[in-house]
Design a protein around this ligand. Structure first.
Ligand SMILES: *[C@@H]1O[C@H](CO)[C@@H](O)[C@H](O)[C@H]1NC(C)=O
Ligand SMILES: *[C@@H]1O[C@H](CO)[C@@H](O)[C@H](O)[C@H]1NC(C)=O
Ligand SMILES: *[C@@H]1O[C@H](CO)[C@@H](O)[C@H](O)[C@H]1NC(C)=O
Ligand SMILES: *[C@@H]1O[C@H](CO)[C@@H](O)[C@H](O)[C@H]1NC(C)=O
Ligand SMILES: *[C@@H]1O[C@H](CO)[C@@H](O)[C@H](O)[C@H]1NC(C)=O
Length: 183
C-alpha cells in the first residue's frame, strides 16, 4: 500500500509538472479547391485567374471527372500549354499555419483529350521543395485522391504553399487540383 502511494505520488508529480502544450495535437484542416479554409476563411489563390477553369462547369475541358468522387464535387482544371503561350505558367497558392501539408489532385493518364502529362513544381515559402512528374501510360481511367505533394516536417507556423504547373522547358502539363489538407 505504501509503495502504491509512493508510485501515485511520483506519477502525479511527474505529470503535473510537465509543461502543458509540449504535445501539440495535430488536427487536419481540409481546404477544398473551390472553398475556403474553414478555420481562417482563406481561399486557394489561382494565378493567372483566367487560366484556371472550374472543372465541374467547364464545357471545354477534356478531362471528364466524376464529380461524385471529387472532394466537395469540385476541382480546378488547368494546363500549361507551351504551344499556346509558354510564358503563362499557372500556379495555385495557399497560406496556412501548420507543420504538415498534403496536396491532392486527380490524375489523368491519357496522352490526348486530355493530355495527362504531369509536370508540377512545389514551393514552400518561395523555395522549390519537390516536383511531381508523370508521363501518360494511355490508361483511360482517372486516379482520384492522389497525393502529389506531402510534407510532414515543416516548422509549426505560417507557410505559403505553391503548386506550379509546367514552366519554361516543360511539355504541355495538366493539373486537376481537388483539395489541400494541412495540420
Ligand atoms: C491528415 O490527413 C492526412 C492525409 O489524409 C493523413 O495522412 C494524416 O494521418 C492526417 N493527420 C491527422 C492528424 O489526422
Ligand atoms: C499557429 O498555430 C500554432 C499552433 O496551433 C499557434 O500556437 C500559433 O499562435 C499560430 N500562429 C499564428 C500566427 O496564428
Ligand atoms: C500513348 O499513346 C501515344 C499516342 O498514341 C503514344 O505516342 C505513346 O507512345 C503511348 N504511350 C505508351 C506508354 O504506350
Ligand atoms: C518540407 O519543407 C521544408 C521547409 O521548406 C523543406 O526543407 C523540406 O525539404 C520539405 N520536405 C519535403 C518532403 O518536401
Ligand atoms: C518540368 O518543368 C520544368 C519547368 O518548370 C522544366 O525545367 C523541366 O525540364 C520539366 N521536366 C520534364 C521532365 O519535362
Amino acid at each position: 500500500m505504501h509503495l502504491f502511494l509512493l508510485y501515485l505520488f511520483i506519477y502525479l508529480v511527474f505529470n503535473l509538472s510537465r509543461p502543458l502544450g509540449v504535445l501539440a495535437v495535430l488536427v487536419n484542416v481540409t481546404v477544398d479547391d473551390s472553398g475556403t479554409d474553414p478555420t481562417t476563411g482563406v481561399p486557394i489563390v489561382y494565378a493567372p485567374p483566367d487560366a484556371w477553369n472550374l472543372g465541374q462547369t467547364c464545357a471545354a475541358c477534356t478531362a471528364h471527372v466524376d464529380s461524385s468522387i471529387a472532394f466537395d464535387h469540385t476541382w480546378h482544371d488547368v494546363s500549361y500549354n507551351p504551344s499556346v503561350d509558354p510564358t503563362v505558367v499557372p500556379t495555385a497558392s495557399l497560406q496556412f499555419n501548420g507543420s504538415a501539408i498534403y496536396v491532392f489532385c486527380i490524375i489523368a493518364h491519357t496522352s490526348v483529350s486530355p493530355d495527362g502529362n504531369s509536370n508540377m513544381t512545389f514551393f514552400i515559402d518561395g523555395q522549390v521543395v519537390n516536383t511531381f512528374l508523370q508521363t501518360p501510360n494511355n490508361d483511360t481511367s482517372l486516379t482520384y485522391n492522389f497525393p502529389v505533394y506531402v510534407n510532414t516536417s515543416l516548422q509549426t507556423g505560417i507557410h505559403t504553399f505553391m503548386l506550379q504547373t509546367g514552366g519554361l522547358g516543360s511539355l504541355k502539363s495538366l493539373t486537376l487540383l481537388d483539395y489541400i489538407v494541412y495540420s
